[in-house]
Design a protein around this ligand. Structure first.
Ligand code: NDP
Length: 276
């Protein structure tokens, strides 16, 4: 069976490695390639499915376009307005799913991070944050505060559930110093080696901190900073990356991949690549 990941750029994508590892775990054969989207996503996806493609992942910057491309959407994809998984159904229709948010929820549970009844602070309101909000509410958190540099984007996300979600600016957050059980960093700050503009006293009170970005060694500027401040549970986003892939694998093939084992495998692979 033929699978692929579509995006631009795409050469860096670890998805082929992860899905080949899942296939090995499950004792099946599949092909999984990287396809560069140079024109529209629809053009590349049409060609892929016409040539026998069974399903594909979609990554930056094509997730919104994939949402419009799919004939039907899962509830998560519709709420996020973004699709990271496409599947060709038996009748030829293309279904769209968003496994990013559910993948993060699975990883938070694997790590035993607080969720049920938790007061959650979400930093960032970009593509990744959009996919997280609905799954967080479904897990029974008690409140969600969304902070973003561009406040309007946080305010739009808060309209998904105004009774439970509050949008605010970094200035408001830092002036109030509220307490949170879990802080999720869904900003791209770590990619730039920077920290989001949150006062130390806000982070110090948190029980757990998770950065969606991942590194071979498992720490990011954000998780290192939180550890220094005494936050007990800190993690990077490698488990989310693998869990969202495992959910796509399940949607396409109905098979369960071993996420925890793949986390160890990928960390070893990335550490070896860094040294080489
Ligand atoms: P987007 O470009 O869609 O959004 C970026 C977000 O980061 C925006 O909210 C932006 O604010 C904010 N931001 C950027 N720089 C800074 C800064 N210096 N300080 C504060 N806020 C900043 O990116 P994504 O949402 O797709 O990705 C965000 C992060 O999540 C990345 O680190 C990415 O690697 C990671 N990710 C991990 C996944 C995984 O599976 N582990 C999956 C998807 C993403 P503004 O709106 O004001 O510009």
């Amino acid at each position: 069976m033929r699978f692929a990941v579509l995006g631009n750029p795409i050469a860096h994508s670890l998805s082929p490695l992860i899905h080949q590892h899942f296939a090995q775990q499950c004792g099946i054969d599949l092909t999984y390639e990287r396809l560069l989207v140079e024109g529209s996503l629809a053009e590349t996806a049409d060609k892929f499915f016409a040539a026998g493609g069974a399903g594909c992942n979609v990554t930056v910057p094509c997730k919104l376009e994939a949402c419009a491309y799919a004939s039907t959407l899962s509830d998560n994809a519709a709420a996020a307005g973004a699709v990271n998984t496409l599947k060709k159904e038996a009748d030829g229709r293309i279904s769209g799913f968003n496994t990013d948010g559910p993948g993060l929820m699975q990883d938070l549970k694997r790590l035993r991070f607080p969720l049920q009844g938790a007061r959650v602070l979400l930093l960032g309101a970009g593509g990744a944050a959009r996919g997280i909000v609905r799954p967080l509410l479904t897990e029974g958190i008690s409140s969600l505060t969304i902070v973003n540099r561009t406040f309007d984007k946080a305010a739009v996300l808060a309209t998904l559930c105004p009774e439970q979600i509050r949008a605010c600016t970094y200035q408001e957050l830092n002036a109030e110093i509220p307490s949170f059980d879990l802080v999720l960093n869904a900003t791209a700050a770590s990619l730039q080696g920077a920290l989001p503009d949150v006062r130390d006293s806000v982070l110090q009170q948190a029980g757990a901190a998770y950065d969606l970005m991942y590194t071979p060694q498992g720490s990011t500027p954000f998780t290192l900073h939180c550890e220094d401040l005494g936050v007990r549970q800190c993690a990077d986003g490698i488990g989310m990356l693998i869990a969202q892939a495992a959910l796509s694998f399940k949607i396409w093939l109905g098979l369960d991949a071993d996420v925890a084992q793949t986390v160890s495998y990928l960390r070893t692979y990335l550490a070896g690549r860094k040294q080489a």
